[in-house]
Design a protein. Structure first.
Length: 168
């Protein structure tokens, strides 16, 4: 992967996260935190997991290995989570925008929460972060439907189409 390809992928990821959060703002606080029995019990917990995962991986990208995820319980509304995530996302995008090809190819070492120490090229971990978010945003779509809320499209192709229309 090139730095430019990674930038586009992370711009897509931020776009998709914003759209998922926007769809969640239509929920009441009770709906946002209601346990629905998914991988993470609620819309809040699923979105907060994506956000936390991005934080953990950014820490790893920068040579640190956190010992745990932040507590999702601190976010009682989608707006509160969105505010926190917006600030965090700026740091992630700044990191991505500063990458060189050598950075992407560098082998990083990090300690996971449960499975030990791993080593792999940075670009692989960075692709994983976006794929992880896509997986869990799909779960958010299902949870929103279960709550009777309108989900939003977050597919990569929709991002490309929107980007092309904006450039025209």
């Amino acid at each position: 992967m090139t730095p430019e390809e990674m930038r586009v992928l992370y711009e897509y990821n931020a776009w998709a996260n914003r759209r998922a959060l926007e769809a969640a703002t239509a929920l009441s606080t009770e709906q946002f935190t209601r346990a629905l029995g998914s991988s993470f019990s609620s819309v809040r917990d699923t979105l907060a997991h994506i956000c936390a995962g991005e934080w953990v991986w950014l820490e790893r990208f920068q040579g640190r290995s956190p010992a745990a995820f932040p507590d999702a319980q601190q976010f009682t509304t989608a707006a509160g989570l969105r505010e926190h995530w917006h600030a965090q996302d700026a740091g992630l995008l700044a990191f991505v925008n500063g990458l060189t090809q050598d950075d992407l190819n560098r082998v990083m070492e990090y300690k996971t929460f449960k499975f030990g120490v791993y080593r792999n090229p940075l670009w692989q971990s960075m692709q994983h972060v976006v794929n992880h978010g896509t997986y869990h945003r799909g779960q958010v779509t299902t949870l929103l439907r279960q709550l009777g809320a309108q989900p939003t499209l977050t597919d990569l192709m929709h991002y490309y189409r929107e980007r092309s229309a904006a450039a025209a």
